[in-house]
Design a protein around this ligand. Structure first.
Ligand SMILES: Nc1nc2c(ncn2[C@@H]2O[C@H](COP(=O)(O)OP(=O)(O)OP(=O)(O)O)[C@@H](O)[C@H]2O)c(=O)[nH]1
Ligand SMILES: [Mg+2]
Length: 442
């Protein structure tokens, strides 16, 4: 054996851990990846930017670098580009994303004490930014076209935004022929309805790829809509629904998605509370369905491997933007998230309230002669703004609770990322979330 081969034997293989990060539009996925990457890179420079992780590592050394992209097809998440806006003057939020991307970091963890001379533990942490709209397709995997149509049309009945589409569906004559122009009109009306509902703050919008299309030209079978009647048209729609579900299943089994080891589901529950009872109930139902789909045991080949109970080792459900409320309220926010999701049976599961990019500080505000725990932060054009949105409930609000609306959520500006100094992003409990995802490997 040559000296080189002997040395190779001593250097342990780099273990890959792929973590899916998913959540609906504007829920806070990009901010989470930006904060994680900037703070992990800072940790590699010896700055304890993620205190919970630093505490768990103790005296062990940590080296963190961006992993080389090699010949992979998946677009890479670029921490430098994403954090550039935070370092600008004035700082701005990272721009919205519309494609799947992968953040890959090579992490070497040294050993402490007497074992310090041993080769480091080598990990490749891969974070996959996965659109939450697609996650809402998971519950479809176990549903028939008839059951999905019945549930969807029932939900639409009470929504003013859906009345155009409902008139179209109810106006279809019994046993109508499978006419392509008719299908197209119905599909266009249905997608327009989903977009209006999305703008109104609703979350449970299926199929997810109608709102967030997969890359490439749309396949012909994508044109369908829910219909409960029977006849040739319904049969055509049903066959397209089946083709859609099959494509979802194959997409999940594709390289990239097939090997997700851990999953973070983020949701902006504070905005849902702020939007009122209808939006909140809808967000709660969507989260419950997703948690249920993740928890359900399905034997192969119904579900891809990354959804098999042994596929995803740990799942974190995180309510984001928790810096809008003071620390006392954040425990309630995490408890609310726990109630809405319920533990999947086969994965280690936990709920969190996090702020990936914390913009505020807590302070005690006297309102109507009574002290309340409030926050303050900068808002562009308004300077320092004080905010007390109200009590965060630790369970879904009752009808009586809605009598005290959850007040404003100011658009706080991020603090400027210090380009020359420590280069860290203030966060709340993102460090604990990361530790939960990785603690069994550290
Ligand atoms: N105060 C506060 N606001 C946040 C935080 N994270 C995200 N936001 C706000 O939410 C917006 C959306 O955050 P993103 O991280 O871009 O969300 P996303 O899920 O990646 O959004 P899309 O890529 O558009 O689906 C930001 O532009 C901020 O205005 C946070 O930790 N604190
Ligand atoms: Mg994004």
């Amino acid at each position: 054996m040559s000296l080189l081969e002997a040395a190779r034997g001593l250097i342990p293989v780099r273990r890959r851990v792929r973590i899916g990060v998913t959540g609906l539009r504007r829920a806070g996925k990009t901010s989470l990846l930006t904060s994680l990457s900037v703070n992990l890179l800072a940790m590699g420079r010896g700055v304890p930017a993620l205190p919970a992780l630093a505490g768990a590592l103790g005296p062990r050394s940590l080296r963190v670098v961006l992993a080389p992209a090699g010949a992979e097809a998946m677009p890479r998440f670029d921490p430098l580009a994403k954090s550039a806006s935070l370092a600008a003057d004035p700082p701005a939020w990272p721009t919205p994303t519309d494609a799947v991307s992968l953040l890959a970091l090579d992490v070497d963890i040294g050993h402490g004490g007497l074992a310090a001379y041993l080769p480091p533990q080598r990990l490749r942490l891969e974070f996959l930014d996965y659109p939450g709209e697609w996650l809402l397709d998971l519950p479809l995997l176990g549903q028939s076209f008839a059951a999905w149509s019945t549930a969807t049309l029932r939900r639409l009945e009470s929504l003013p935004e859906a009345q155009d589409f409902l008139r179209f569906v109810h106006g279809l004559p019994a046993g109508v022929a499978a006419d392509e122009d008719l299908v197209r009109s119905g599909h266009i009306l249905y997608v327009a309805t989903l977009r209006r509902l999305q703008a109104a703050g609703l979350s449970l919008l299926q199929p997810g790829r109608f709102l967030m299309p997969a890359p490439g030209a749309p396949p012909p079978w994508i044109a369908f809509f829910p219909l409960t009647a029977s006849g040739p048209l319904a049969r055509l729609l049903q066959s397209r629904f089946v083709a859609y579900v099959t494509a979802v299943r194959e997409g999940l089994a594709a390289p990239g998605f097939a090997q997700i080891d851990r999953l973070v589901v983020v949701a902006d529950l504070l905005s849902a509370l702020h939007a009122g009872p209808k939006a909140f109930a809808d967000a709660a139902e969507a989260l419950g369905l997703v948690a249920g789909a993740l928890a359900r045991r399905h034997p192969l080949p119904l579900l891809p491997s990354w959804l098999q109970p042994w596929g995803i080792g740990r799942i974190a459900f995180a309510a984001t933007k928790s810096d809008h409320v003071a620390s006392r309220q954040r425990a309630n926010l995490a408890a609310l998230m726990a109630r809405l999701t319920e533990a999947p049976a086969n994965a280690t599961w936990r709920s969190f309230a996090i702020a990936a990019i914390a913009c505020t500080e807590d302070f005690v505000w006297t309102l109507d002669n009574r002290p309340v725990s409030a926050v303050r932060g900068h808002v562009a054009g308004q300077g320092l703004v004080r905010s007390y949105p109200g009590e965060v409930p630790d369970r879904p609000p009752s009808a009586a609770d809605w009598a005290h609306p959850f007040l404003s959520l100011p658009d706080f500006s991020p603090k400027r990322l210090d380009a020359l100094g420590r280069g860290t992003i203030p966060q709340l409990d993102l460090d604990r979330l990361l530790l939960f995802l990785l603690e069994d490997m550290l």
